[in-house]
Design a protein around this ligand. Sequence first.
Ligand code: ASP
Length: 440
Amino acid sequence: MADSQAVPARKKSGGHIWILVGLIAGICCGLVAHSVKAGGGSGEAAVMNLIAFTEPIGKLFLRLMQMVVLPLVFSALFLAVVDVGDLRKLGRIGLMTLFFTAILSFSAVMIGVTLVNVVKPGKSLSKETEKTLIEKYSEKASEGVAKANASKTLGQTLVDLLPENPIQEMAGAVDGSSKGNGMLAVMFFALLAGIAATVKPDDCSTLVGTLRGMYEISMTIIGWALKLAPFGAGCLVFGVTATMGTDILKALIVFVAVVIGGLLIHLLVIYSAVIAIFGKMSPLTFFRKVSDAMFVAFSTSSSSATLSTSLKVAHEELKLTPETANFVLTVGATGNQNGTALFEGIVVLFLAQVFGIDLSINQQITVVLMSVLAGVGTAGVPGGSIPLIIVVLKSVGVPADGIAIILGVDRILDMSRTLVNVVGDLVVASCVDASMKAKS
Ligand code: ASP
């Protein structure tokens, strides 16, 4: 949300086609390498050398993102609150926006978490592949299993939402050694600090400016990382397919189906119900009117880049009150990302399944809460959710490097979840507008 008002919408990077090329090349070379490796002998040794060479390149790409996760999360959530300003001043529009954002985000994550628990896409791997994966990431995977076993009571989990020592919690959130709730506690700290800053805006303007700078630096570094994406993601996918062959691809197909299924349920069932009940509009009419924004969101993979089209649709097609539409859509372009929240929940639980980590109910609750907050903290740019997913993975002890497994298919999922994000903003804007009109 942080870039909603202060930071202009970023342009499409234009490098997407290269990411696709890098990934396809990575998968094809990986599959060839896998069959060469299966033949044993000098071929196997050559493939192992190649994997050892490409792995650090892929990891450098991930490191660039991991490096800025902490400043990014803290500044994004802090600025998200500061940019909304004093909720009391914004009055009914602000509260209604918060209300619809909260229910839509929660329902999105719950759909994702339920589907992934029922279908279990991460369990479709053969025993052999699962073993290879766990060996590859053994240290981190066993840390995760240990974390899952050392589950806390619900009461303690709630108390730990507030960090006893925020600095310690920040360091622990990054290296996985946190005793409390790690990044979730950092997120709550950022939200509370943001709320406190809105009480004395004049005294805090220097800090707000500094955090805006920190946010911009983080986003710039992520932009550099994404420039390396064709090569970095290609190398990561090469390593994964060369080690595991087609087996991992099958699991990924089921994973993609679960994500698309979840997004469709949220889009067609939840949005339709909410728009009919609270927006007082026929869902069919609504979808017809917002189709331009859907198209732009799908093709740009960026809620921020779609903002101008969403505003146009809200004014000209949906005929919403300009003040309401401007506020809700600007804040929502990065603050209300239902598709992203749903996706984040699914990725974390999918990777936990892949690594054979049974998350306790408390950890699943942590995933739900963090996914909702991550949906708020995610920038509305292509791949904006990746750094946040790393955060959630770390906090529940799932090896963060495992994200390499899903990066290969992220492009199409990013397009789809961005569409759901943008329609979600228009749903909230329509509902808030209807409730404001009903009151006046
Ligand atoms: N691309 C998404 C958006 O702009 C964010 C993400 O899920 O990566 O809405």
